[in-house]
Design a protein around this ligand. Structure first.
Ligand SMILES: CC(C)(COP(=O)(O)OP(=O)(O)OC[C@H]1O[C@@H](n2cnc3c(N)ncnc32)[C@H](O)[C@@H]1OP(=O)(O)O)[C@@H](O)C(=O)NCCC(=O)NCCS
Length: 200
């Protein structure tokens, strides 16, 4: 899948012309609810197995360039996380990685390949995270995103998450500068969101 792209890897796909877009080239648009629907796709969501490791490394590589993520003041290796994957036709199409911290299910990474976005994969991964938390008696699901990542901030708020903390300047401090992110917006802050676990 996508093995012949030049760096940086695309994170989004233009719904108008189909062009694959690295983060800096992506732009937002506003549309009416009737025009957001895409053709449904057959996929399943399941807990990752050891045999999924290489596919997990690939999706992390394309989103981050590595499997390590710094968030909530800690460094996590996604490989060691609780990984929920979406699979279509035997191929991994999306990943949500979780850990349990301070009694809360914590999402440390999410990514859906551009060609499968907007078809409910991210929402299904979130449902799986919710079920994971409910089965373990955890009351909250939390996540952090960066200030530039408007699609993720939208996605989580649409799913009932509320901002409870902003670590102002945290990301810029870590890298020593504000690097360009989604739509070339400077990445400075870590925005933390939380929602009560809703699964029965
Ligand atoms: C944000 C993301 C996880 C959402 O996953 P998804 O499978 O597209 O989500 P869904 O299909 O379940 O859509 C849920 C909502 O998110 C919106 N959405 C977010 N990103 C979208 C995209 N790229 N295309 C279409 N819809 C998107 C949808 O409009 C939908 O909103 P609605 O409920 O108002 O209709 C996914 O777009 C993604 O992986 N983006 C790249 C993340 C990233 O920035 N990675 C790099 C750094 S880690």
């Amino acid at each position: 899948m996508n093995s012949d792209y030049d760096l940086p890897f695309p994170q989004y796909r233009c719904p108008t012309c189909g062009k694959d877009l690295p983060l800096g080239e992506a732009r937002m648009t506003v549309t009416c609810a009737d025009h957001t629907e895409k053709a449904p796709v057959d996929f399943e969501v399941r807990r990752a197995q050891p045999s999924d490791r290489s596919a997990i490394e690939t999706i992390c590589d394309r989103a981050l360039g590595e499997t390590v993520v710094d968030v909530f003041g800690e460094t996590f290796d996604i490989i060691d996380g609780i990984n929920m994957i979406a699979v279509a036709d035997g191929e991994l199409i999306g990943l949500m990685s979780l850990v349990v911290r301070q009694g809360e299910a914590t999402i440390v990474f999410v990514s859906v390949y551009p060609e499968h976005q907007g078809t409910g994969v991210g929402s299904a991964l979130l449902d799986a995270a919710d079920r994971f938390a409910a089965e373990r008696g955890l009351s909250f699901l939390r996540v952090a995103t960066t200030n530039d990542d408007v699609p993720l901030i939208y996605f989580y708020q649409r799913h009932g998450f509320a901002i409870y903390d902003v670590a102002v300047g945290e990301v810029a401090d870590r890298f020593g500068s504000a690097t360009p992110g989604f739509s070339s917006i400077p990445v400075r802050d870590e925005i933390r969101l939380r929602r009560a676990v809703c699964a029965d």
